[in-house]
Design a protein around this ligand. Structure first.
Ligand SMILES: Nc1ncnc2c1ncn2[C@@H]1O[C@H](COP(=O)(O)OP(=O)(O)OP(=O)(O)O)[C@@H](O)[C@H]1O
Ligand SMILES: [Mg+2]
Length: 368
């Protein structure tokens, strides 16, 4: 189903608006498919030509080391012939592979609840590699959905797409997902801060008076959320509301898993110079019980703040999307669709922030 400038993907009962590359880019891409200019591998993806092949590095100033080359172009949307598309999320394309799912993290980026017109080259690889790092780090705390991310071990039907899939995909156990996002907050920020200002509590959990924006909380709190019907905004709910939706025993289990993961991961992040202010997990059930699914502790699902710049009493700069947000504010975008595209230097600096997050958290550089 298509509408002008947008493509639509289903996720369970939700329909998510996805921004595609601009019409001219797509028209050129389809023209090349039609005329056979694209190789079979190229045919499997839609691309984003936002960045010119020659970069103007003089427009880039960043405290992190610049890389020699950007992998071009960003992968905006996958289309694998003969595979069954299960769903498209804001960032991931999901395919049904036998009884399993193939999760492919594209380079789409969203801000203010909209997928933007430009992708960040390699972002999907950073998210995938970071999630793999955390799945391994957390495996003693909680089982997870990963079967393998080694493309060579993927089923034969996926081998033709090995080059596209390498580094940015995972074969996972298909889970029955809980209709609740398991959010944990160690600091007061975002919707938690708004809620606190209005009610003195977050998701019904009372907090001491006099806390400032970005203050550390006396202890981490579990503040579940659910999706609104438009599928774009998360809505905070109370624990009782969660119990009404998924049951008391499961809610308690999800809360204790979420807090245990946060405790372990935030202590580790702190050792690496990063504050894990809050994060969101998605859990599901398989025949083996409750597992951690989706992505884990990436900059897209979490607020990471550099410790050395932490100043409570106001908003902290977002680690990864600050350049994107600043740019969108500077052009006074009304935060309604269609979402704008990004200029080259914003793309480049954002890519560097994602890579920096990976490097800081894992201690290794990721080559894209
Ligand atoms: N093991 C799994 N089994 C079934 N569904 C899964 C599994 N892991 C992840 N998912 C689902 O895959 C989708 C991933 O999509 P994606 O992260 O792109 O977007 P989103 O979750 O819709 O949006 P956002 O993350 O911005 O809220 C989600 O709907 C998630 O619930
Ligand atoms: Mg998601």
């Amino acid at each position: 189903m298509k509408q002008a400038g947008r493509s639509w993907g289903t996720r369970g009962h939700r329909i998510l608006p996805l921004r595609s590359p601009d019409n001219a880019t797509l028209a050129l891409h389809f023209y090349r498919i039609k005329t056979g200019i694209l190789s079979p591998r190229e045919r499997s993806r839609r691309v984003d030509k936002a960045l010119p092949a020659t970069e103007n590095r003089s427009s880039v100033s960043s405290s992190v080391p610049t890389r020699k080359a950007l992998p071009l172009p960003a992968l905006i949307e996958t289309e694998f012939a003969d595979l069954v598309l299960h769903a498209r999320g804001k960032v991931r394309d999901l395919y049904a592979v036998g009884e399993h799912l193939l999760l492919v993290a594209t380079d789409r980026i969203s801000a203010f609840d909209h997928v933007l017109g430009t992708g960040i080259p390699g972002k999907g690889k950073v998210l995938t590699q970071l999630s793999l790092f955390w799945f391994d780090f957390l495996k003693d705390v909680v089982p997870n959905h990963l079967i393998t991310a080694d493309v060579k071990q993927y089923p034969a039907e996926l081998q033709p797409f090995a080059a596209e899939l390498g580094g940015r995909s995972m074969l996972v156990k298909r889970a029955q997902m809980f209709p609740v996002e398991c959010v944990v907050r160690g600091y007061l920020s975002g919707s938690g801060w708004k809620d606190y200002q209005a009610t003195g509590a977050v998701c019904g959990i009372p907090l001491p008076a006099g806390l400032r924006e970005s203050d550390r909380l006396p202890e981490p709190i579990f503040t579940p959320a659910t999706k609104s019907l438009d599928g774009e905004h998360d809505i905070n709910i109370s624990f009782d509301e969660m119990v009404a939706r998924v049951g008391a025993a499961k809610s308690e289990k999800l809360r204790s898993l979420t807090l245990a993961i946060y405790t372990k991961a935030s202590a580790y992040a702190e050792e690496r110079g990063l504050i894990l202010a809050d994060t969101k997990f998605e859990f599901g059930t398989t025949a083996e019980g409750i597992i951690l699914a989706d992505e884990v502790l990436t900059p897209d699902s979490s607020r990471f703040w550099p410790q050395d710049q932490y100043k409570p009493g106001g908003a902290q700069p977002s680690f990864d999307k600050q350049f994107v947000r600043d740019y969108l504010e500077s052009i006074r975008w009304n935060k309604q669709a269609p979402a704008p595209s990004l200029p080259e230097d914003v793309v480049k600096r954002t890519q560097e922030k994602y890579l920096e997050a990976y490097r800081l958290l894992t201690g290794k550089s990721l080559s894209l």
